[in-house]
Design a protein around this ligand. Structure first.
Ligand SMILES: O=P(O)(O)OC[C@H]1O[C@](O)(CO)[C@@H](O)[C@@H]1O
Length: 525
């Protein structure tokens, strides 16, 4: 496989980087009056303004050429065709099949499972799936971790309604404080557990599921209650049944855990927000899939997002990508995105087994605005590292003071990052004190993009999520890595089992000195 640095466009991009070095973002706006309109895409109710990225039209052209030279269109075709693009596991990464309408040539059992979910959701929500005492279910607890938690949790929060039709809770951490804190608020007779685990082998999830079963059986008349109060979502149906769960919603090995929200792994969302909402979420993602599949590279939103990330990471040397939704309901979006970006592209070996010749995923983090302004924005404005920020803003529905204030703050932060504050300006406000003026001034020229949603509903949310998923895939293609495996997390799981065994067997001799010392301290407590 050729490295991206061997492509002709790579050299053009290096030359463009050198040409633009020292050119302030404000200067780029002075040079091009149409910049705010030309470096902007509008797709499916999303407007993506990337005019505050440190590039110009020539850079965009070279980036688009790089995508072509790295065979991005071919990779997109292969993904939609269900080819085994997850090469190390010899599987497709076919999450697009989960959100396509029936009859488009994708596996038919996708819709059979969706219809099954639809029936079950109807039964739980209308009370015809009662608990052991004959009462309707009032609370759903999703037990899962990683992709079996972050996506459904983020979406359930983003689409929350008051009052809730059915209350939904998410327990992921094996720390008893997580699940136990939730259970303390619930009634055993009206609680339904959804154990979500692609493998049905994740230690934390199984430990929490066992704890939940013990909690239920402390009040239930007998073990038959498990079948009424537990359902599972998994590709490993026998393991779920061995746990005592009869109602298992399946999915397929071609669905990656962090891309599984669209499968039965979204059951908690469907239960809590209703099947119509869940189907709208799928439809929104499908809108974005159609765009991603058909739009030319230069007008393709996920491709452009990916290319800007490549520019910032590989040419400007930025080490971080920050995401700040100015919407309280999207507060969990950065946490969800961390897994999608960093578990997918946190790799340093190519699909062919060679060291990557270039840096791959940056650190991805963030928080909701405006809270984040009072937490980490100081570093973004004046810290020694320059990071790029994705602002996500929803057009306010209500014309009230607070909604306007929220939106104005988002625009203000992007403007401040770009312009900075020249020393001459701060001198007058600093009583002529040059030391204070130096501390109060900053150069700006810090890049950001703004994603503006016309509304935050299931359809737009589906499109937004799908856009980021595809961005991650395109970056993986350019970097030559497999975005769909996660071998790096396996070693820690094995070692945790080993340490647990050493703890129970009272034999820590084979552990390394540092681990043994800490474990011995724990055992002596
Ligand atoms: O759904 P499972 O099999 O319980 O896995 C949970 C998570 O664990 C991982 O395999 C590793 O963290 C993720 O990819 C996955 O989302």
């Amino acid at each position: 496989m050729a490295y991206p640095i061997d492509r002709p466009a790579w050299a053009s991009l290096e030359a463009a980087r050198d040409r633009l070095a020292g050119t302030h973002l404000s200067t780029l706006f002075e040079r091009d009056a149409r910049r705010a309109d030309s470096l902007c895409l509008a797709v499916d109710g999303l407007v993506y303004d990337f005019s505050r990225q440190r590039l110009d039209a020539d850079v965009m052209a070279a980036l688009t050429a790089l995508a072509g030279e790295c065979w991005v269109p071919d990779a997109i075709r292969a993904m939609f065709a269900g080819e085994p693009i997850n090469r190390s596991e010899r599987r497709a990464a076919w999450h697009v099949a989960l959100r396509a309408p029936a009859g488009q040539g994708y596996p038919a059992d996708v819709h059979a499972v969706l219809d099954d979910i639809d029936r079950f959701v109807g039964q739980v929500r209308d009370g015809s799936w009662p608990g052991f005492a004959g009462h309707a279910i009032t609370d759903v607890v999703n037990i899962g971790i990683g992709g079996s938690d972050l996506g459904p949790r983020m979406v359930a929060q983003a689409l929350a309604r008051e009052p809730d039709d059915l209350r939904v809770h998410f327990a992921a951490n094996v720390d008893p404080a997580d699940l136990d804190g939730i259970l303390a608020t619930l009634d055993r007779a009206t609680t339904l557990f959804v154990v979500t685990s692609k493998s049905f082998g994740t230690a934390e999830t199984l430990a929490n599921a066992r704890a939940a079963r013990d909690w239920l059986l402390a009040a239930a008349p007998d073990e038959t209650a498990v079948a009424r109060h537990f359902v599972a979502v998994s590709t490993n149906i026998p393991a779920a049944q061995a746990f005592g769960i009869e109602r298992v919603f399946g999915f397929w090995d071609w669905v990656g855990g962090r891309f599984s929200l669209w499968s039965a792994a979204g059951l908690a969302v469907a239960l809590a927000r209703g099947m119509t909402v869940f189907r709208e979420l799928l439809a929104g993602a499908h809108d974005m899939d159609n765009h991603f599949r058909q739009a030319p590279l230069a007008e393709n939103l996920p491709v452009v997002m990916a290319l800007l990330g490549v520019w910032n990471r590989n040419f400007l040397g930025l080490t971080g990508q920050v995401v700040v939704p100015y919407a309280h309901r999207l507060a969990l979006f950065p946490t969800w995105l961390q897994q999608v970006e960093m578990e997918s592209n946190g790799k340093s070996v190519t699909s062919d087994g060679d060291a990557t010749a270039v840096a791959t995923v940056p650190q991805v983090w963030g928080g909701e605005g405006t809270n984040a302004q009072h937490a980490f924005f100081q570093m973004l404005h004046q810290g020694t590292d320059v990071l790029s920020v994705d602002f996500i803003l929803v057009t306010p529905t209500a014309d009230d003071d607070r909604s306007r204030q929220l939106a104005a703050n988002c625009l203000a932060q992007a403007a401040a990052l770009m312009h900075g504050r020249p020393e001459a300006e701060t001198l007058s406000g600093s009583s002529g004190d040059p030391v204070l003026a130096a501390q109060r001034s900053f150069p700006g020229n810090r890049p950001s993009s703004t994603l503006l949603l016309d509304r935050l509903d299931a359809r737009r949310l589906g499109a937004l999520i799908a856009a980021y998923e595809h961005k991650v895939f395109v970056q993986g293609v350019i970097w030559g890595i497999n975005s769909f495996d996660q071998w790096g997390v396996e070693l820690g799981k094995t070692l945790a089992d080993d340490i647990l065994a050493a703890w129970s067997n009272d034999d820590t001799r084979h552990l390394d000195a540092a681990t043994r010392s800490l474990l011995d301290r724990l055992r002596r407590r």
